[in-house]
Design a protein around this ligand. Sequence first.
Ligand SMILES: *Cc1c(COP(=O)(O)O)cnc(C)c1O
Length: 391
Amino acid sequence: MKGFEYLQQELDQMKEQGTFRRLVPLESEQDARVVINGKEVIQLSSNNYLGLTNHPKMKQAALESVEKYGVGTGSVRTIAGTLSMHEEFEQKLAKFKHTEACLVFQSGFSTNQGILSAILTDKDVVISDELNHASIIDGIRLTKAARRIYKHVDMEDLEAALKETQEYRKRIVVTDGVFSMDGNIAPLPKIVELAEKYDALVMVDDAHASGVLGENGRGTIDHFNLNGRVHIQVGTLSKAIGVLGGYIASTETLRNYLIHKGRPFLFSTSHPPAVIAASSAAVDVLLDEPEHMERLWENTRFFKEGLQALGFDTGISETPITPVIVGDDALTHKLSDRLLELGVFAQGIAFPTVAKGKARVRTIVTAKHTKEDLQAALDAFEKAGKELGIL
Ligand SMILES: *Cc1c(COP(=O)(O)O)cnc(C)c1O
């Protein structure tokens, strides 16, 4: 069919530059080791931090819910698609997060898309970290509010932004809790202090902290003992929780408001029973089985120290997200491809996901990896790094 030649040209250019990527289908369940092209390899690219994607209790809960309630809901939440399990799960999640209320969206992405445009008008301003996740950036694009981007985790620039914007009705400071490409944690105690000083709201996107930081994986707010001082916590059910979905943990007022004004919530069908049942079981797993988080952090320390001892640049990571920063886009993809040949799946990430010249192979260990898995991965990194002149 004719019509897309202009797009094909761009794709051909990517192929010449070595930045064209194909999807990599897994032929197995998501786990510490996965099957790709018929070969078992060590998985270092998933967000399955706690290994919950195939936890027996969660699978069982999903199966039972399908038997009892079927596979779909047939409606958006606000018309006929709210099952009692949706509301029960939200109450359970709110209790877990030490907040008044929760509201679940279809994904973390749609949660961020739905909030800012719903609660802000052209009288307001969003103050956002420059490295916030794409879904926050898109959320900001959808609001009529003014925007002020501050330099990455730069608290002087944040304070300047708060001083400059005092004439607005509402100011909201938005940050990732853990930054997804570098694995550093936002300086939340300072952010909250500044927001309180200048009477601004705070919204924290804890996608990479849910199940990873804080008591039983409650996230960065709990990690820093800031419960009750952050107005909106965004979480995802898609990463450490192992299923799919996003949510806000906040007040009853915000929950009720988003039920009326949160567009992805209003205009997109609700989660099927299996998603809610599995996610609900995941909260029990977080509370009853702290060993997964302990393993995750043990593995994180082992692997991060191993990469650093080999001489790789792992940037400023403080979490299980450990980037191996290479710089050049094409060389990064070569490293990733060579690692796959050596039995390690670690995806290269280049522009536009990260800045030009900051391309990296991003690794995330999980609770399910054994020491042998991680040592084998380190050996592969050493071999590939030397072959390609990175080490
Ligand atoms: C992954 C991610 C999201 C999106 O979550 P999904 O549930 O996968 O849609 C949102 N924010 C941040 C910071 C993320 O890392």
